[in-house]
Design a protein around this ligand. Structure first.
Ligand code: PSV
Ligand code: MN
Length: 430
């Protein structure tokens, strides 16, 4: 039996921190009440909110220059699941993981599903990978996959996506996320029109393989690894593709995949309006697809996105059912610490958005009270909702202070003993 953080440790730490926490929670409740906002519905909503952990995120990431492996890294999907379970155990915010194939391939998927269930973890959207070549692969993706000029390469990429659906079915997943690296590095290198046409043709075959209760998430990205054009470059292209494919297709927003300074929350509002918002890959960025921890660089942007989500849910926008996933690369931190903190930052943005007085905001907007509207909106962001997040965790058996308990447990040191490095092991993402 491998080491898991004992419940007793969580209870003991919670007991010690409880008086101060209750004081803070009570003070916040009174403060919100003065603004006409009840704390309990926010705490209940945060408790019910979940975000999936990417299986590739529990290994140390890297850049195109280097990867500096961390100690006690998971050496395969079973150990990745253990780390995902640890994150959920302490935060109670991450009951599912989002697997990436073929990185997470195994021979027995019922065993994988059972092991995950025993650890209290389920499976969210399955991610396909046609952006790398695998050793057993017949044709190369160097010049593209689903949008390759050669039909045989496209067929290979279609077959991989169909296999991902099959594996996902065995794991209890209900969605396939498709991000392709296809694009070009030189003006004139490829036909901007033909590349999109053949992509749609190939994706129609993937779409045809979706079970009735499945969805396909199309993930756009403006650049990288292609630096002149990408085939699925932006939300407009993604929406065109989703509409061409059918009702089971929707657009996934990775926060790092946009032009600098783009108004992401407006994209979110438009996709909600079109009934095509698939969900998110949360992360943060300063420059490009930096894959920094969610809410670490620009927490106000995360809040702005969540305001649109809260607004859409309150309006009961048709077809609004986004899937929430993290997608980050942890190059210099312990990935478990980063993922716990990120799950909490995503919940924080949600709670802050819920702390906006929507009726007052609508009235101010309608009256063209510019500064009034801005202050009402900003008041949500300026609310320190930390006691709500802690209370939501405590009520579901998690830790008031996940990072403190994680560090006190010595989990990583135990994993260093249990997981001696294996030659060639990799976290997958660079
Ligand atoms: C691409 O940058 C991406 O955001 C896609 O979601 C991939 O599946 C993921 O990163 C992992 O490489
Ligand atoms: Mn992504």
């Amino acid at each position: 039996m491998t080491y898991q953080i004992p419940s007793a440790l969580i209870e003991e730490a919670n007991g010690a921190a409880l008086p101060a926490h209750e004081d803070d929670y009570g003070a916040l409740a009174r403060r919100l009440a003065r603004r006409g906002i009840a704390i309990e519905p926010i705490t209940a909503a945060v408790s019910a909110f979940a975000v999936a952990v990417p299986t590739w995120g529990v290994g140390t990431g890297g850049t195109r220059f280097a990867r500096f492996p961390g100690p006690g890294e998971p050496r395969g999907i079973f150990e990745k699941l253990e780390d995902c379970a640890t994150i959920h155990r302490l935060t109670r915010a991450t009951p599912t993981c989002s697997p990436h194939l073929p990185w997470d391939k195994v021979t027995d998927y019922s065993e994988l599903r059972e092991r995950a269930a025993a650890l209290g973890i389920g499976f969210d959207a399955v991610n396909s990978n046609t952006f790398q070549d695998q050793s057993d692969q017949a044709l190369s993706y160097k010049f593209g996959s689903l949008a390759h000029t050669d039909k045989a390469v496209r067929a290979q990429a279609v077959a991989h996506n169909l296999e991902c659906i099959e594996i996902g079915r065995k794991l209890g997943s209900k969605a396939l996320t498709v991000w392709i690296a296809d694009g070009s590095n030189f003006p004139g290198q490829s036909s901007l029109t033909r590349a999109f046409d053949v992509y749609l043709e190939a994706m129609a075959e993937v779409y045809a393989g979706l079970p009735d209760d499945w969805r396909v998430f199309i993930e756009h990205k403006i650049h990288e690894p292609a630096f002149y054009s990408t085939v699925i470059s932006d939300w407009g292209t993604s929406l065109m593709a989703a509409e061409a494919l059918g009702p089971k297709a929707a657009c996934l927003v990775d926060l790092g995949h946009h032009a600098p300074n783009v108004n992401i929350e407006q994209i979110v509002a438009r996709l909600v309006r079109a009934g095509r918002l698939a969900g998110f890959h949360f992360n943060d960025s300063n420059y490009g697809d930096d894959d920094l921890d969610s809410g670490s660089a620009d927490p106000f942007r995360l809040f702005r996105v969540f305001y649109e989500l809260v607004d859409a849910a309150a309006r009961k926008a048709p077809g609004f059912d986004p899937a929430y996933m993290l997608d980050q690369s942890h190059n210099v931190t312990d990935p478990i610490e980063s993922l716990m903190s990120s799950a909490s930052e995503v919940q924080r943005a949600y709670a802050q958005a819920l702390a906006v007085d929507r009726a007052a905001l609508t009235a101010a907007q309608e009256a063209n009270d510019v500064m009034g509207a801005h202050q009402i909106y900003k008041a949500g962001y300026l609310t320190d909702v930390s006691p709500i997040l802690a209370e939501a965790r405590r009520r579901s058996g998690g830790a008031l202070d996940p990072l403190g308990v994680y560090r006190a447990s010595g989990y990583r040191a135990r994993k260093v003993e249990e997981r001696p490095p294996v030659a060639g092991s990799s976290s997958g993402i660079v």
